[in-house]
Design a binder for this molecule. Structure first.
Ligand code: HEM
Length: 504
């Protein structure tokens, strides 16, 4: 039997590992965690390295040392076998990275401790509320577009990521925290900065071995920034919670009906009570904001840039939006009817998923009990698994896989039996932009609707082109790939629109 785990997260000699393990080791990046220089190498060229390893060990599990420590790499062929294994968790991988032990990063620990609660809130409350929040979300984005993109009908330049992150923060805050905080300048500033500071600090910390991260985190300036914003965020959320409790108590005392709020502050309190979870509402809120804002603004930017590069598809999307909104108005079902827009988002996500480079890895899992694969490979408790995402760009699965074709999934939906499979929120072994199986992203239904509403406003109200000479290349960080934060575009308010979206 193959045994993969005895040396997980240790740094023994490569020769020793090669001699004592049955699973092959890919040593191309084996030194990455030892020095900063090799870490940089790994960060830039992980894609090439994994391609080499795939050729060397076709369809075979193998091990690598990465900035996550040692990982067992599984090819896509193993997807179906492990996707619902109860001993594999996504959240466990976060605890192993040791970052949530640093002051200011407590919200990430909330993801670990109350993983069930997140799932319940995201799948039950958030998804259920989509119908009620479609109009408020549309109202929020109308306001934030006017602030970020302006009203000028002349071409003007903007940096895309800060603008889209602000838009996403406002939309998420409206649903997660209610109108009051979503309109608070201070909250928005803190939220945007907390999310950005957290991601920046994580990027820096992951170049060091997990065991020393909690220590380093106490001194690095990036982590100190996180702590400052974390404290300010708590100072803002806690009084809102206290005020709600006081208002409810007062209503009960006056024998009046209690005030009802339909936002995540309320859902967290309700579901924690119902399921017996102990929950720190402020930490929980910040965690949801961090997981939701970075991912959603990333996909929004790459979709917008893809559409700017394909003006004919942008116009086709505008026509679809106008036709659907004219007949159905703002409803959850109207968003479902925007099938081309759905396809466009799914195609942009296929080419550049958030957690991975296509053809690299995704679906990180922490192994919580020994598991044995059908070929006899034993993966021990404490190991970490990554899945190779090669199928997302495999010519045997997708025709011309390197080419962005906005209508790719729209066309697929027309084929018998593929209607459901080709939707943005459907995960499969061929498209794992939201993961797949038991731990697939529970926020994807909400995110899909939020993204569509944002695109409706962005496309209908503005004309777009790339700013001359702007960088649009994605930024590679080891196994991850982010949109370029420096990308700039030119935009102008459209004088005539297919439909006046604000009057619907
Ligand atoms: C475009 C936006 C988003 C993208 C691309 C995205 C992507 C992902 C991916 C790839 C995973 C890992 C799944 C796996 O490994 O199988 C994940 C997990 C998760 N996401 Fe999202 N996500 C997005 C938005 C959201 C939102 C809006 C929320 C919350 C409201 C959310 C909450 C979560 C949670 C709680 C998990 C952990 C699930 C678990 O461990 O069982 N995500 N997401």
């Amino acid at each position: 039997m193959n045994d993969t785990s005895q040396f997980a997260f240790e740094l023994p000699s490569i020769e020793g590992l090669m001699a004592t393990h049955f699973l092959p080791y890919f040593i191309g990046i084996a030194l990455v965690t030892l020095t900063t220089y090799t870490w940089h190498d790994y960060r830039r060229s992980a894609k090439t390295m994994i391609q080499k390893a795939r050729t060397r060990f076709p369809n075979q599990p193998y091990r690598m040392i990465t900035d996550f420590g040692e990982v067992v790499m599984l090819q896509s062929e193993w997807f179906q076998e492990i996707r619902n294994n109860p001993h594999l968790t996504f959240i466990g991988t976060i605890a192993e990275e040791r970052i949530c032990e640093i002051p200011g990063f407590e919200p990430l620990a909330t993801l670990g401790e109350d993983g069930m609660l997140v799932r319940i809130i995201a799948t039950k409350q958030l998804t259920r509320s989509i119908n009620q929040v479609t109009e408020p979300l549309s109202e929020e984005i109308a306001l934030s577009l006017s602030i970020n993109m302006g009203e000028s009908t002349d071409w003007h330049e903007i940096q895309v990521m800060p603008a889209l992150r602000d838009i996403t923060t406002r939309m998420s805050s409206r649903v997660f925290l209610g109108k009051e905080l979503a309109r608070s300048k201070e909250w928005l500033e803190i939220m945007t900065n907390y999310t950005t500071a957290t991601l920046t600090a994580i990027t820096k910390l992951t170049k060091y071995y997990p065991a020393i991260r909690p220590f380093l985190g106490r001194f690095t300036p990036e982590c100190k920034q996180v702590q400052t914003y974390y404290k300010r965020a708590r100072d803002l959320i806690e009084p809102v919670m206290e005020q709600r409790v006081a208002l409810k108590r007062a209503a009960v005392a006056a024998r009046q009906p209690e005030p009802v709020y339909n936002d995540a502050l309320e859902w967290i309190a309700k579901e924690s009570k119902e399921h017996g979870f102990k929950c720190d509402v402020a930490n929980f809120q910040l965690m949801i904001s961090v997981v939701a804002i970075g991912t959603t603004s990333d996909l929004l930017q790459c979709t917008l840039i893809d559409l700017i590069r394909h003006p004919e598809t942008m116009q086709a999307a505008r026509d679809e939006i106008a036709q659907v909104l004219q007949t159905e108005g703002w409803k959850k079902t109207s968003l479902y009817s925007m099938k081309l827009l759905d396809s466009i988002l799914k195609e942009s996500q296929r080419i550049k998923p958030f957690f991975s480079v296509p053809g690299l890895t995704a679906m990180r899992r922490s192994v919580e009990a020994d598991i044995t694969l059908s070929d006899g490979t034993l993966i021990k408790k404490g190991s970490r698994i990554h899945i190779d995402t090669h199928r997302m760009v495999d010519p045997e699965v997708y025709e011309n896989p390197e080419e962005w074709i906005g209508s790719r999934f729209y066309d697929l939906r027309l084929q018998p039996g593929k209607e459901h499979l080709a939707q943005l929120v459907t995960t499969s072994v061929d498209h794992i932009g939201f993961g797949h199986g038991k731990h697939a992203c529970p926020g994807r239904f909400f995110a899909a609707n939020e993204l569509k509403i944002a695109l409706c406003h962005l496309l209908m109200k503005y004309d777009w082109k790339l700013a001359p000479g702007t960088p649009t290349n994605d930024v590679n960080l080891g196994f991850s790939q982010r949109v370029n934060p420096l990308t700039k575009v030119l935009c102008r308010r459209r004088k005539t629109m297919e439909i006046d979206i604000d009057s619907i």
